[in-house]
Every structure is written in structure tokens, then in C-alpha cells.
Ligand binder design. Structure first.
Ligand code: FES
Length: 383
């Protein structure tokens, strides 16, 4: 492990504290902001087996991982999730299931509770049935509310995650009321980050600054009303901040994501960066992947930084922003994240905001997450 104090601060003392397992890219929903790769269908048939996931869990704990997220796609499409949760519990992880709620039957909830699952993070897209169902391409709104109540009834902390974008941001006040009714403990309004499917649909999904301010005001009012009863997160999207986010707390610092095929990644979006290799847990140990993989080392610490990051006073707090966003917007992951007002590419952010809200802009249908649409995008027709 590095001995230098500043580097230790950047790399989380060498431990992948957060381990995220993307058990599958399969999903019954078609969310047009999905963070899975646009060519996710290429990985079909490559999913790790139960025993392979169990090895990842063991090796992760040996490396010092504590927080464990099971996600996807929809992780409940795997019929071994209860077994994996039980294994993770025995190893001492704090386990979190990130789900759309589809497939979370009463029987599975009971089994997951018995297996020691600590937290369930349920997604909800709207306070209205018609809008939720249209946005995700499936009739699931009523099911999600039912699942939310049952999660609460089983004594799990109720964590509701609401992706926020142009179509639902004006409902934030209604969603807050709904969450209070449901007894939500933690409500996270996740303003979209524009990667993968969300980037494809950015012009349609991006809210205006005034919409964001109104939503933030509604959040503040509810915070004053409910006090400690509900913790509400609302982070201003970096397109409107002028400051980059401290993405992943720095590349390869504390986050380790394993894709459905076993690919080890510093974040869930990293496959978007062309030219990087992502060796899998089938080929290498987790120890090697975390400590030695050239991909993890590439942007770890601050050696890779160029100006203006290199001499920036904020480099140890924002780490130059997001490598994936830097690649997707500038074509080079080593550039300063254009969300930063000091980036020479910052105009790309302003241009995107302007284009999304240009008077008379032609509204186009959202590109829903499906294998067919991914092929469209790869051939360049979706640009
Ligand atoms: Fe990959 Fe930010 S999402 S580094």
C-alpha cells in the first residue's frame, strides 16, 4: 500500500470499502436513463455462477470491503440472491439490495430478511401511475407502492430512490408527500447523471434551472416539516453547479464494481471509456484486480492529472471530477471533467443545456432501454 499521507487519503486507505455486484444486466423495465451499458445485450450468457459470486464475496472481505450492494439490471431476476445474501451476511458485510421491486414477492422478502439483508433501496419514478408506467415501459407503479409498504412492514429501513429529470421534476412536492405517507426513512432524489442511456436521451431528460430550484425549495419545505423522521437527499446536478462532483471519491479509491460477466470496474459506468481493459474475476484474483490492474491504477491518486487539475487547490476534494463524463464529453478520460468551470471544455456543458432548452427544439421520443435500441446506437443512428 502507498505510504504517502495524501495518497492514502485519496485511495481510502487501500480498501475497496464499497463493493457493488451487478448480478445481471437483464431487467423487466426499459428506463431510458438506465446506467447499464447501451450494448448490455452483448454480455448475454456470460453471467457469473453462484459459486463464482461467492468467491468474489470472500475475496472482497479479505480486501476489507464492508458495504455490499446487489444491483443489476434487476438483481431479483437471479434465483440465487437469497443464497448470496446469506453468504455475505455470514462474511460480515452490510448488505443492500437495489431493486425496481419487480419480483420482490412476500416469500422472497421473508427469505431475504432471514438471510440477513440489511437494506432495500426501491426505485420510484413518479407519484402518478400513468407517468411511472409510461416512463419505465411497464405497468409497475401500483406494484412498487405495494412493495414499499411491505418493505416497511418487514422492518427494513425504507430507502426510496427517485431519479429526477424533466418529466417528473415538477412532481417533487407530490413525491415528497407520497414518501411521507409511505413512512420512507431515506428519500434520495437522484438528479440524472448523463451517461449511457441517459446521455442518449439528454436533450429530452434535462430539466431547466428553474425546475431544479423549485424542486429544491419543495425539498427544503418538507425537511422543515418532517425533521428527523425522513432524511431527504437532493443533490444539484453538476451540469448546473459549475463544480465537478467527487465521483466515486476518486477513481479506484473506495469503489469496486463487478459486472455480470465478472469484469472489475472502478464504477458502474467505466465500460463507457474506450481503450480500457476490464479483466474479470474469472481471469484474476480480486486482490490483483484492485491493487495491480492497470485500469484501476490509471486514474488512481493524482499523478495522471493535467492542468488545470494538477495545480488546483480542490484536487484532493473533487479528484478532477468524473473520468467517465470527461471521456464521454471530450473523448479523453484524463481531461478535467467539463462540469468544472475551470475546464477548457466547460462550454460543452453550457452548449448541452442550451440545446436541451432551445426554443422551438424538436421533441423526439425517448430511446427506451432495449437491445434493439442499443444496436441502433452502436451503428450511430441514435446520435
Ligand atoms: Fe465513472 Fe464517474 S461514473 S468515474
Amino acid at each position: 500500500m502507498p505510504k504517502d499521507g495524501s495518497v492514502v487519503r485519496l485511495d481510502g486507505q487501500g480498501k475497496p470499502l464499497w463493493l457493488v455486484l451487478e448480478l445481471t444486466y437483464e431487467c423487466p423495465l426499459k428506463c431510458p436513463w438506465c446506467s447499464n451499458p447501451v450494448d448490455y445485450a452483448r454480455r448475454k450468457g456470460e453471467e457469473l455462477t453462484t459459486d463464482e459470486w461467492k468467491r468474489v464475496l470472500r475475496e472482497g472481505r479479505e480486501l476489507g470491503a464492508l458495504q455490499l450492494g446487489f444491483t443489476g439490471g434487476e438483481p431479483l431476476l437471479r434465483d440465487d440472491i437469497e443464497e448470496l445474501v446469506a453468504d455475505a451476511t455470514a462474511l460480515g458485510y452490510y448488505t443492500n439490495l437495489i431493486t425496481s421491486g419487480v419480483g420482490l414477492s412476500e416469500a422472497r422478502l421473508v427469505k431475504l430478511k432471514e438471510a440477513g439483508l440489511k437494506q432495500i433501496q426501491l426505485s420510484l419514478q413518479s407519484s402518478e401511475r400513468e407517468l411511472t408506467d409510461r416512463l419505465v415501459g411497464a405497468r409497475v407503479h401500483d406494484l412498487k407502492l405495494d412493495v414499499a409498504r411491505r418493505i416497511k412492514a418487514h422492518g427494513f429501513p425504507m430507502v426510496l430512490n427517485v431519479p429526477v429529470f424533466r418529466h417528473n421534476i415538477d412532481q417533487v412536492a407530490d413525491i415528497l408527500e407520497l414518501a411521507a405517507d409511505l413512512g420512507v426513512d431515506y428519500l434520495e432524489f437522484a438528479n440524472l447523471q448523463y451517461y449511457n442511456w441517459a446521455l442518449l436521451n439528454r436533450d429530452e431528460l434535462m430539466p431547466t434551472r428553474s425546475q431544479i430550484e423549485a424542486a429544491e425549495h419543495a425539498v427544503q419545505q418538507m425537511r422543515e416539516r418532517v425533521g428527523d423522521r425522513m432524511t431527504i437527499y437532493f443533490v444539484i446536478p453538476d451540469y448546473y453547479e459549475g463544480r465537478p462532483k467527487a465521483c466515486m471519491n476518486g477513481w479506484g479509491a473506495i469503489h469496486l464494481t463487478i459486472g455480470p460477466d465478472g469484469a472489475a470496474m472502478p464504477c458502474q459506468e467505466a465500460r463507457a471509456i474506450e481503450g480500457l481493459d476490464f479483466p474479470t474475476v474469472r481471469e484474476k484474483s480480486l486482490d490483483w484486480l484492485w491493487n495491480e490492474s492497470p485500469t484501476f491504477r490509471k486514474f488512481r491518486g493524482d499523478e495522471w492529472m493535467r492542468e488545470p487539475c494538477r495545480s488546483c487547490d480542490d484536487k484532493e476534494t473533487d479528484f478532477g471530477g468524473c473520468r467517465c463524463q470527461a471521456f464521454l464529453l471530450t473523448g479523453d478520460a484524463a481531461n478535467t471533467d467539463p462540469a468544472c468551470s475551470r475546464s477548457p471544455h466547460h462550454h460543452l456543458i453550457g452548449d448541452a443545456v442550451e440545446r436541451a432548452h432551445a426554443p422551438g427544439r424538436t421533441v423526439v421520443p425517448l430511446v427506451m432501454r432495449t437491445a434493439g435500441n442499443a444496436r441502433l446506437q452502436r451503428s450511430g443512428e441514435g446520435d
